[in-house]
Design a protein around this ligand. Structure first.
Ligand code: CUA
Length: 311
């Protein structure tokens, strides 16, 4: 579709092609409108120039069909573009089930990547070809923006919450990763590479290298060390919400509202436990603000996710 349209880098992800089609459509449409206006401008300038013999008697005051047309047709086109682009936009934020999850921590001025098995990398992201990859991203300091032009994927990364973005790479190779939000003096140096490998090569890459403990296992260790298990284990005497099967569930809160137990909810529950108290429980949990760093939180969340279903 975009072959020969070489002002753009060729797309290298599934959704990237959809962005290109939309972009091409909007470019062609606005180009045609601009061209039509330019032609009419020239035609009318010549026809109605000073001193021309053009007929200026009885100018039409109202042409109803013309008015209706120029209101309804552009309205329909713009609403159509809105609907189309919203669909593409929302697809970028709804990862398919079974996507490979990778944690991304942005900080001044680097991208820290952590895979589920504990393998870490900096300013490089290795992913397998043809498999959906979901990034769960947060920032340690200011707002950054994760941008891979060839994937047509860009997402602001904010401190204090988790942003999700996913893509499926369609070509092996190396692709530039940029920070696309001014984040301080070395913002322009905050870039890296996404390395798309064939699945078998990727599996070998992931298994090799200095892997630390699996994320969820590290999370379990923190869960015990920080004393979470003292209250949250089903066998404990303290009355605290059960964490088994929590992730992804709808939680009813004391103020009558409901939330989905996603990464940000769990993070807030650990750092700001009074913010969203579960209905039927007393707000007795202490805050762990300042006692856990971003890596600890990532590991804890991975652990709670791993208990999404009873073993
Ligand atoms: Cu990080 Cu700009």
């Amino acid at each position: 579709m975009t072959d020969g349209f070489d002002t753009l880098l060729p797309a290298a992800s599934l959704l990237g092609h959809r962005v290109d089609v939309l972009f091409l459509f909007v470019s062609i449409l606005t180009g045609c409108v601009a061209l039509a206006i330019a032609i009419l401008l020239v035609v009318f300038t010549i026809r109605y120039r000073h001193g021309s013999k053009a007929d200026r008697s009885n100018p039409p005051v109202r042409i109803r069909w013309l008015e209706v047309t120029w209101i309804t047709v552009p309205l329909a086109i713009f609403l159509g573009i809105f609907g189309w682009s919203s669909l593409v936009f929302s697809q970028f934020h709804r990862p398919p089930r079974g996507a490979m999850q990778v944690h991304v921590l942005a900080k001044q001025w680097m991208w820290k990547i952590q895979h589920q098995n504990g393998r870490r990398e900096i300013d490089e992201l290795h992913i397998p070809l043809g498999r959906p990859v979901e990034l769960i991203m947060t920032s340690q300091d200011v707002i950054h923006s994760f941008f891979v032009p060839e994937f047509r994927a860009k997402q602001d990364v904010l401190p204090g919450r988790y942003m999700s973005l996913w893509f499926t790479a369609t070509r092996p190779g190396r692709f530039r990763l940029f920070c696309a939000e001014y984040c301080g003096t070395r913002h322009s140096g905050m870039h890296g590479q996404v390395i798309v490998m064939r699945p078998t090569e990727f599996a070998a890459w992931l298994a090799a290298g200095p892997a630390r403990d699996e994320l969820a296992a590290r999370g379990f260790e923190i869960y015990r060390r920080m004393g979470c298990s003292g209250c949250h284990e089903p066998t404990s005497t303290v009355h605290a919400p059960d964490l088994i099967g929590l992730f992804g569930r709808t939680v009813h809160l004391a103020d009558g509202t409901m939330v989905t137990a996603d990464e940000t909810y769990i993070r807030d529950s650990i750092l700001l436990p009074r913010k969203q108290v579960v209905v039927g429980f007393d707000p007795v949990m202490p805050s762990f603000q300042g006692q856990l760093d971003e890596d600890d939180l990532t590991a804890l969340i991975a652990y709670i996710k791993s208990r999404a279903s009873p073993p």
